[in-house]
Write a protein that binds this ligand. Structure first.
Ligand SMILES: NC(=O)c1ccc[n+]([C@@H]2O[C@H](COP(=O)([O-])OP(=O)(O)OC[C@H]3O[C@@H](n4cnc5c(N)ncnc54)[C@H](OP(=O)(O)O)[C@@H]3O)[C@@H](O)[C@H]2O)c1
Length: 261
């Protein structure tokens, strides 16, 4: 069984929208697109797809230039098509660019959802399908059982969860890794991060984004502040010294991945 020849292309920094609601979400999405963000990450469970869709339309940008990502709540297993139609309607798009299983169930449960994902992709309702919060072994089980390789696995990848085996495992299958929660899932006061930030005259958040960049792992970051949105886009463009990357790698304290939001 072969993986993807070319991993799904994700921008280095995408916009996260968890906990954004209503007008704040609409404005946040519009501002982010105007500032250059091209990937917008939402989920049925965030209850903001309508506002996200309004923000996309408000930006005046052709949806064809954007990557709209939404997630299927695994607890809605059995209602995949209904939930997808609702997401399409609320977002106001003809097609979802990337549809993710929000979190794994047991192997049989994940497989049942995945089979519905494959059908939706084959019928052209979604462009690409992927997973989120799957461990490497859960990815392997899904591929073995279905023969279909997820385009993307969106996980908590920050220093707190760093596991050197994860990226090579995904690369071997041609699965694009994407990191969520680069700030909220990491200890921003950690002395190693603080020390690197002080030496470089930047913030700990900028160090974290540069560390993700050094590992070639794109991130989704949430912000409703135009200043923060700009800072986050710029930060990812700057390289970090290899010794700083190695020092941060050593902070990985627990291979348990984050819980879905
Ligand atoms: N697949 C999953 O299960 C899963 C789980 C969690 C998250 N996610 C996705 O990942 C996205 C990001 O994760 P997250 O929302 O948990 O948290 P995050 O992006 O790690 O952090 C967001 C927080 O950081 C602040 N912030 C952002 N940029 C900043 C800057 N430059 N300076 C100072 N503060 C800054 C934001 O406040 P301001 O708005 O005021 O800037 C917000 O309070 C989510 O929104 C969601 O789309 C997915």
């Amino acid at each position: 069984m072969s993986g993807h020849d070319q991993p799904f292309e994700l921008p280095a920094v995408g916009l996260g929208t968890w906990q954004m609601r209503g007008e704040t979400a609409e404005r946040g999405v519009r501002d982010a697109i105007e500032l250059g963000y091209r990937l917008i990450d939402t989920a049925a469970a965030y209850h903001n797809e309508e506002a996200v869709g309004a923000g996309i339309r408000g930006s005046g940008t052709d949806p064809g230039e954007l990557l709209v990502v939404t997630k299927f709540p695994e607890e809605d297993a059995g209602r995949e098509r209904e939930v997808l139609r609702t997401s399409l309607g609320l977002l106001g798009v003809d097609k979802i660019d990337l549809w993710l299983v929000h979190a794994p169930l047991d192997a049989a449960g994940s497989l049942r959802i995945w089979e519905q994902f494959i059908k939706a992709r084959d019928e052209g309702l979604v462009r690409a399908i992927g997973v989120s919060n799957f461990l490497p072994e859960q990815v392997d089980e899904l591929i073995k059982a279905s023969g279909v390789v997820p385009a993307v696995n969106q996980i908590a990848f920050g220093p707190r969860y760093y596991d050197a085996d994860v990226a090579p495992h995904h690369a071997a299958h041609g699965i694009a890794l994407q990191a969520h929660s680069p700030f909220s899932e990491n200890d921003l006061a950690h002395p190693v991060l603080r020390g690197i930030a002080d030496r470089h005259g930047c913030t700990v958040r900028q160090v974290l984004l540069r560390w993700h960049r050094a590992h070639g792992v794109p991130v989704v970051v949430k912000s409703v502040s135009p200043t923060h949105l700009t800072e986050n886009l710029d930060a990812a463009g700057h390289p970090l010294e290899p010794e700083d990357v190695a020092a941060i790698d050593r902070l990985g304290i627990n291979p348990t991945r984050g819980q879905p939001a």
